[in-house]
Design a protein around this ligand. Structure first.
Ligand SMILES: [Zn+2]
Length: 464
């Protein structure tokens, strides 16, 4: 047996012995309600950061720091003793989504429980579970091997679920100590059927709020109806004009920078083992809809979208109240693809909304955050090293997929730090991330700890 095989066997024995403690630690992390979007949970976000920092220190990582950003802190840690070996940045986020609607959870979201082979809690998958498996991999490797074959720099942020607002500035301010050869982001998941996958494309995001104001106060619809513009009607009119019946977004210039899928890419997507009828049945919808001329998988990962995320205004109580509401509002977001620019898309969106706004109301459009799309080369040596680690541990070569979601930091690592990014994520496709009853497959979690350890070996040998 080679040294690596021997030490992998020793790590396996260590992981076997420490399984109960590992699950207890995982649960302790999940119990901290680190909801970044809600100001009331700011102390909990800090508590999660401090918990992580303490665990990273105990595991034997160095230069551990709860680093201020102006918002929720970034947790940084490193281990830099692999002279001449590549340096790897590892990214995850310790903040989570809000938990409402609470009544749809089968158990309280911050009281983690193991149900069958799943860990059930908010953040179990997205993304505390993935941070935790990195932490456990590092602890095991340091305990058994006393070091790593690569240099590691961990960045765990606390604002991913609220657009990573302070992270870019933090990356810029810390550019020197963040020099590396590759960034590994663990905030993605497997393909349908829980097939191992590496996400090669991530969508970006434009997020806007549209405010429509008519009068200073609500009006009597009998006395004033027929004389003034109704802001809720006006907002409905604006929203209806944003997309055509063919699913195409009507904002002028919206598609100008979209890099079209090549025939080869379309063939690759078509080859993915995707059962469209099953997907529709699982969702419980009567039809799958979207932009004409593209398949469901293309529309879900490789084409831009526009969706109303929320809408409010006027009377919403029981019974009737005959008013012309004073104002109406909507949150509207677009998922963007390479090479759309979120700032340019926001400008085009605002201009178009102002143009189509009916008379008699004041319409304002605010930018409430965005992020660039990103795309990773499949043939990059780092991608291939991670693919080998996945195949060695999960027994299956990964599929290469485009995910419809957005991880703003992926584009920042590319543009600010000049790093190739590999998305090494392990959550099952039915993890209910952002929804009630979020869960992590514990088989994925356990195997992923082994994958991470193998990935460092593979990256060290990759000649990166
Ligand atoms: Zn996430």
């Amino acid at each position: 047996m080679t040294d690596t095989t021997t030490s992998l066997a020793a790590i396996e024995a260590y992981l076997d012995e420490t399984r109960a403690a590992r699950l207890a630690s995982y649960k302790a992390f999940l119990r901290i309600p680190s909801v970044s979007a809600l100001p009331a949970h700011a102390p909990d976000c800090r508590a999660a950061a401090e918990w992580l920092a303490a665990e990273l220190t105990t595991a034997g990582l160095e230069h551990v720091e709860v680093s201020e950003t102006g918002g929720h802190p970034v947790v940084y840690a490193d281990w830099l003793h692999a002279d001449g070996a590549p340096t790897v940045i590892v990214y995850g986020h310790y903040d989570v989504q809000p938990v409402d609607p609470l009544d749809l959870w089968t158990s309280p979201p911050f009281e983690p429980v193991v149900v069958g082979d799943r860990m059930l809690a908010r953040g179990a998958a997205d993304d505390k579970g993935q941070i935790h498996l990195h932490l456990m991999a590092a602890a095991a490797e340091l305990a058994v091997r006393g070091g790593f074959p690569v240099n590691l720099k961990y960045i765990f942020e606390g604002e991913e679920e609220s657009s990573s607002v302070h992270l870019e500035r933090w990356l810029l301010a810390n550019q020197d100590r963040l020099r590396a050869d590759v960034a590994i982001i663990s905030d993605s998941g497997f393909f349908e059927g829980n097939r191992p996958a590496i996400t090669i494309g991530l969508r970006g995001m434009m997020y806007a709020q549209v405010d429509v104001v008519g009068t200073a106060v609500d009006l009597h619809s009998g006395s004033f109806g027929g004389a003034v513009q109704n802001p809720v009607n006006a907002l409905a009119q604006i929203i209806a004009a944003l997309k055509g019946a063919d699913g195409r977004i009507r904002v002028p210039g919206f598609y100008d920078d979209v890099v079209s899928l090549t025939d080869g890419e379309r063939a690759e997507i078509a080859r993915l083992p995707f059962d469209e009828a099953q997907y529709q049945a699982d969702l419980g919808v009567s039809a799958l809809v979207g932009e004409a001329g593209f398949t469901t998988l293309e529309r879900r990962g490789a084409r831009p979208t526009l969706d109303v995320n929320g809408i409010w205004g006027g009377f919403q109580g029981e019974g009737g109240k005959t008013i012309i509401p004073a104002h109406a509002h909507a949150k509207i977001s677009c998922r963007l693809v390479t090479a759309q620019d979120p700032v340019a898309i926001f400008d085009a969106f605002r201009t178009y909304v102002q143009e189509i706004a009916p008379p008699g109301v004041t319409v304002t459009v605010q930018d409430i955050g965005g992020g660039h799309p990103s795309l990773t080369p499949t043939d990059h040596p780092a991608t291939q090293a991670v693919a080998r680690a996945i195949e060695a541990t999960f027994g299956q070569a990964p599929l290469y997929i485009r995910d419809g979601g957005s991880i703003p930091v992926a584009a920042s690592f590319e543009s600010i730090l000049g790093l190739p990014v590999v998305l090494m994520g392990f959550t099952p496709p039915d993890d209910h991330a952002h929804a009630p009853n979020e869960s992590m497959d514990l088989g994925n979690y356990e195997t992923a700890i082994r994958t991470v350890i193998r990935a460092w070996d593979e990256l060290a040998a990759s000649g990166l």
